[in-house]
Design a protein around this ligand. Structure first.
Ligand SMILES: [Zn+2]
Length: 221
């Protein structure tokens, strides 16, 4: 995010590693830009909050903190969101024990640190870690419309599944997970694509909404 590294260096390894680190930090906590075409056909640059801020807003919405801070039960994918924050915030706090504030402030602090040539490997590894967090966040946000169904799986009969989170604890959730990609069962791994969702709904005994001809509804793609 800084225009120039906070060191005058003739060390190419350090310089290159610092730039990787800077780019990764920007992908996580920097504002995001997109180019959209408006109604008049003009290209307009829009700015969105950082990936980290979007994750925080998403998590706050999932936890229902606006209702007195009491965590509601969350679908399995947002247990993953909680894990994501545990990993990211925990790791950055270890990286920057001298830093203050939250993860974005600590990362800014690290960018300004007086890095030495011997640190280049650390910076490169940290950049890889951050890139991994960004990719995971993208997947979590892409799956935000996922929800779970508390019904037995038509394939294996399980209605609950357990998975092991990043802290090594067993977490129970509904077996059936619905997303924009279709329905999947966490217990047996069976997947129904979007085309199969209407038939799947019928097999659970769901009745079609008023006005939808079931005969046509099953053709929905
Ligand atoms: Zn199943």
């Amino acid at each position: 995010m800084a225009a120039t590294p906070p060191f005058a260096t003739d060390n190419d390894h350090l310089h290159a590693a610092w730039q990787l680190f800077d780019a990764a930090v920007t992908r996580l906590i920097g504002p995001r830009h997109d180019i959209v075409v408006d109604d008049l056909g003009n290209r307009v640059v829009t700015t969105a909050p950082s990936m980290y801020e979007e994750m925080r807003a998403e998590l706050a919405g999932r936890q229902g903190t606006s209702f007195g801070g009491v965590a509601r039960s969350m679908p399995a994918c947002w247990i993953d969101g909680v894990d994501w924050f545990r990993l990211v915030d925990g790791t950055v706090a270890i990286w920057a024990p001298g830093g203050t504030g939250e993860t974005p402030e600590r990362l800014e602090y690290l960018l300004e640190w007086a890095w030495q040539p011997a640190d280049y490997l650390w910076l490169r590894t940290a950049a890889e870690d951050i890139e991994g967090w960004v990719q995971e966040a993208e997947q979590l946000i892409a799956g935000r419309n996922r929800f779970e169904v508390t019904a037995p799986c038509p394939a294996c009969g399980a209605s609950e599944a357990t998975h092991v989170d990043s802290a090594g604890e067993h977490v129970r959730s509904a077996a059936l997970q619905v997303s924009m990609a279709g329905v999947s069962c966490l217990a047996c791994g069976h997947e129904w694509g979007l085309q199969g969702v209407m038939a799947f709904a019928k097999s659970l005994g769901c009745t079609p909404l008023d006005g939808i001809d079931p005969g046509n509804a099953y053709d929905v793609r």
